[in-house]
Every structure is written in structure tokens, then in C-alpha cells.
Design a protein around this ligand. Structure first.
Ligand code: BG6
Length: 489
């Protein structure tokens, strides 16, 4: 993509949808407010709804009013954004409407075009092919695809094949919005911008790694999608595996798309399969029942859904990256809905000191060092160290664990918390794919995840109930306890 120039037109499919209103339009507003969108770039919304330009502008203005805090809103920025807008109703399966859309694209573009598919994934292929058939998918155009790319390997291949008939791989930008989060990129900075950690970053010094993405929300009206998906497909296949890749990958030659993605795919291909033979020992699944979340009583998953279901709303796995660097180190992954707190974190526990010189109480005080990389809700890096407990030690020296804490909110007080799509949009507008997912990554992740889902089915494994507001079924404690570990809570 070295020949890419900043897009002159961004065309959003699904422009009236939920993701657009919650994330995409507010992100574009913020970029506009900071004068970061290319001069003259137009934004064309498309969806099935029969709106005119004014109707779409009203929808955009309402979304900004709802999502952007009043103190950050300005009439000038809103006007600037609205001036860029246009709207054309279209449906991927309606040829005449796609032809009209292509005509509008041609009329508005003045160089490169970025398409953004934010619709149900089954429309990606047909929409891309209709763009190609109408002559607006050639060189100088690129396409962003939202997750999920399918719901298993076979459907992911079908979507990827069908999009590939219109766009070649370097022009396809698959989003995983976690990669647009500041804290996730900071993980790359922490690993490869410091010489301190890298010598310790291997099985030799690391005992275990934990990646937790906890959510307090339930399924929030997305029951139909979610029930078909579950925590494994909705979160683990993409967000958690991307985090795992960034923790486990070798240093890329450069911070650029091919080098970074070449390293991530090696990690995915080194994941030890979890399948019907070992799902029972390597995984735990749960489904929330009624309980309390953030101080209020909430219904169980089946009640929210209106029917009984076998879908997991919690999953914990013990994964292994079978290569030289990580041999023998468990990577514990867990994610779920209706957990006690919204919290995304990576915890690296180092090995114990090889020998204690202290004797006495200090030996029981001693804890292994840990590095906590907190990504949500706040960004923070914490290094747990042992320190002498102040005192005269008449009964023997005592040790305490103390945390060396780097709180980015204090350090970078003036930087606003950005929506992940701000970064992703800017990169895709400029044609930089480093923070997007390549086809082979998505498919390798599905292959690994499919074996787990098939294993659950074949083993007849059903989600264990856990009350809303707890950290999943008790069995997830046993999963880590078996190797003498404990979840960081
Ligand atoms: C999405 C999932 O990809 O990520 C949702 O489909 C989930 O189920 C969301 O709630 C979590 O994203 P974030 O940015 O709020 O951690």
C-alpha cells in the first residue's frame, strides 16, 4: 500500500446503525474537531433507510450530542463535519441501488476511496462485488471490515473469498477495535521501546501470563447475535487472541504492517490445540444467572434472552504457545459478561527467586514479581516488587509487596481518552494496515477456536451457572489452581 494516498471519500455502509451512532460518527467528529481529517474528504453514509442528506445530518448531529460531552462540543467542528456529509440509500442485494451508490461515489471522489462495512457480515461479499461490478472497487480504493468475520473457519473463508473477488488483500482492513485502543498500542511500546523487559520476556523468567477482559454489562438487546456467538467467538477469537499475540510475539523487524502481522501469525500457529481430548481440563465455560451487578439486581442470561440457552457468557482457557520462547508457560485467558468489574488487563507473573537468603517470616512473605498492564477502565502499568517492611526485625526480617505504579492519566493529564476508531479511521484513511488484522490471522484464530467449540459439543460440555456479579464458575479457579496459580483479582 505504499502508493496509497489519503482517502478523498469515506463511504460507510450501515451508517445509521448502532456502531455508527455509538462509535464511528463520534470518532469522525473528534477527528474533525482536531483538524485531522484530510482537507476536502467527503463522508458518504449508506444504509437501507430512505434518508436524504438532511435526514442523515440530523442523525449525525443527534449522535454527536448524545456521545460527545458538552464541554468537548463546538458548533464549528459540527458544521465542519456536516459539510462533508452525503447520504445514498442502498442495499447490497439491490442492484439498482448499488449502481446509484457507485454513481455517487464516482461523483464525490477526488482520489482514493475508503469503504467501511459496518453491516451484518453476510453483506460484505455482495456489497464489495457490487462495487466492483459498478467499477468503483479498483486501484485506489480500500475496504474496512468490521468483526465478526464469520462465526467459524468455514464462514470466515467464505466471507474472505467473496471480498477477495473485489479487493486484494493489501486493500482489505479488518478491524479489531482493541488494536485501536491507546493502552494496547502502549503494550507494543512497553515491550519494544524499553530494553528492561525484553531480556526477561520468556519462559526462563516468566511463570504464567493472565489476560482478563471482564465486562459488567449483559447482552444488552443483542441477544440474537450473541446467542449464536457466545464469549468464545464474540471476544476470545479476536480481542483476547490479539492481546495474546502482542504479548507473545517476537520483536518485529519494523513497526509496519507486514512485519508486525508476520510475527502475530507465528504466535497463532504455535497455539497448542485444545480439542475434544482436553477441553475438560483446559477450559471452563459459564452462563450468568440472576444476581447483582454494579449495585442493582439483574436477571440471568436466559431470562434476558427469553429462553433457555447453551451459550457461554464466560470462558476461561489455559493456552500454551508451543515455541522456544514460551514452552511450558500457561497463558490463562478469561472473559465474560456480568462479571464484578469492567476490567481489561494483562498480568505477567515472573518466577520466584531461585533461593531465599532470609529464612524466618520473610520466606512466607515473599511473592513473585508481577507486571500488570491495565488497559481498561484506566490505563496503568504496575510492577510488583518485594520491599523490606520497615521495623527493627527482632523476630526476623519481614517483606512486603509494593507496587511501582505508572498511572497514565496523571502522567498525560491533558490527553483526552480517545475512541479506538479515531486511530483506526486515520490509519485506514491513510492506508496503513499495521493495526488491522490480516486474513491468515483471522483464519488461524478461527481454526484454533473451532476446535475448542467442537470439543465442547463432542464432550457434551455445558456452561456452568454463575451468579451475575461474580468472576464466573468456581471451576475457573481450579483451572489455574491446578498448576499452583491464582487469578489476579
Ligand atoms: C465487542 C463485542 O467486540 O467488544 C461486545 O462484540 C463487547 O460483546 C465489546 O461488549 C467490548 O469492547 P470494549 O471496547 O467495551 O471493551
Amino acid at each position: 500500500m505504499s502508493q496509497a494516498t489519503p482517502a478523498s471519500l469515506l463511504t460507510i455502509f450501515g451508517a445509521t446503525g448502532d456502531l455508527a451512532r455509538r462509535m464511528l460518527l463520534p470518532s469522525l467528529y473528534s477527528l474533525q474537531a482536531e483538524h485531522l481529517l484530510p482537507d476536502g474528504m467527503r463522508i458518504l453514509g449508506t444504509a437501507r433507510s430512505e434518508l436524504d442528506r438532511e435526514g442523515f445530518s440530523n442523525l449525525v448531529a443527534a449522535s454527536i450530542a448524545e456521545r460527545i460531552p458538552a464541554a468537548e462540543r463546538s458548533d464549528e467542528a459540527l458544521r465542519g463535519l456536516l459539510e462533508r456529509l452525503d447520504y445514498c440509500a442502498a442495499g447490497a442485494d439491490d442492484d439498482a441501488s448499488m449502481q446509484a451508490l457507485a454513481g455517487r461515489v464516482d461523483a464525490l471522489r477526488n482520489g482514493d476511496v475508503l469503504y467501511h462495512m459496518s453491516t451484518a457480515p453476510r453483506f460484505y461479499g455482495p456489497a464489495c462485488q457490487a462495487l466492483a461490478a459498478n467499477g468503483v472497487a479498483g486501484p485506489g480504493t480500500r475496504v474496512m471490515l468490521e468483526k465478526p468475520i464469520g462465526k467459524d473457519l468455514a464462514s470466515a473463508i467464505a466471507i474472505n473469498d467473496s471480498v477477495a473477488m473485489a479487493f486484494d488483500e493489501e486493500r482489505i482492513f479488518r478491524t479489531d477495535h482493541y488494536l485501536g485502543k491507546e493502552g494496547v498500542q502502549n503494550l507494543i511500546a512497553l515491550r519494544f521501546g524499553n530494553s528492561l523487559f525484553e531480556p526477561l520476556w520468556s519462559a526462563r523468567h516468566i511463570e504464567q501470563v493472565q489476560i482478563t477482559v471482564g465486562e459488567t454489562v449483559g447482552v444488552e438487546g443483542r441477544g440474537d447475535y450473541y446467542d449464536d456467538s457466545g464469549a468464545l467467538r464474540d471476544m476470545l477469537q479476536n480481542h483476547l487472541l490479539q492481546l495474546l499475540c502482542l504479548v507473545a510475539m517476537e520483536p518485529p523487524a519494523r513497526f509496519e504492517p507486514t512485519a508486525v502481522r508476520n510475527e502475530k501469525i507465528k504466535v497463532l500457529r504455535s497455539l497448542r490445540p485444545i480439542d475434544r481430548g482436553n477441553v475438560g481440563t483446559e477450559s471452563v465455560i459459564g452462563q450468568y444467572t440472576a444476581g447483582a451487578s454494579e449495585g442493582r439486581v439483574v436477571p440471568g442470561y436466559a431470562e434476558e434472552l427469553g429462553r433457555a440457552s447453551r451459550t457461554e457468557t464466560f470462558v476461561a482457557l489455559r493456552a500454551h504457545v508451543d515455541n522456544w520462547r514460551w514452552s511450558g508457560v500457561p497463558f490463562y485467558l478469561r472473559t465474560g459478561k456480568r462479571l464484578p468489574s469492567r476490567s481489561t488487563e494483562i498480568y505477567i507473573q515472573f518466577r520466584k527467586v531461585p533461593y531465599s537468603i532470609f529464612g524466618g517470616p520473610a520466606d512466607t512473605d515473599m511473592r513473585p514479581n508481577g507486571l500488570l498492564i491495565k488497559l481498561q477502565p484506566e490505563e496503568r502499568i504496575e510492577l510488583d516488587l518485594m520491599s523490606k517492611t520497615p521495623g527493627l526485625d527482632r523476630a526476623g526480617l519481614r517483606l512486603s509487596q509494593v507496587a511501582l505504579d505508572l498511572d497514565f492519566h496523571e502522567e498525560f493529564l491533558n490527553s483526552r481518552k480517545r475512541i479506538a476508531y479515531e486511530r483506526l479511521y486515520l490509519d485506514a484513511i491513510e492506508g496503513n494496515g499495521t493495526l488491522f488484522v490480516r486474513r491468515d490471522e483471522t483464519e488461524a484464530a478461527w481454526q484454533w477456536v473451532d476446535a475448542i467449540a467442537d470439543g465442547w459439543r463432542d464432550a457434551g460440555m455445558l456452561p456452568k451457572p454463575y451468579p451475575a456479579g461474580t468472576w464466573g464458575p468456581g471451576a475457573s479457579v481450579s483451572l489455574v489452581d491446578r498448576l499452583g496459580h491464582g487469578w489476579r483479582e
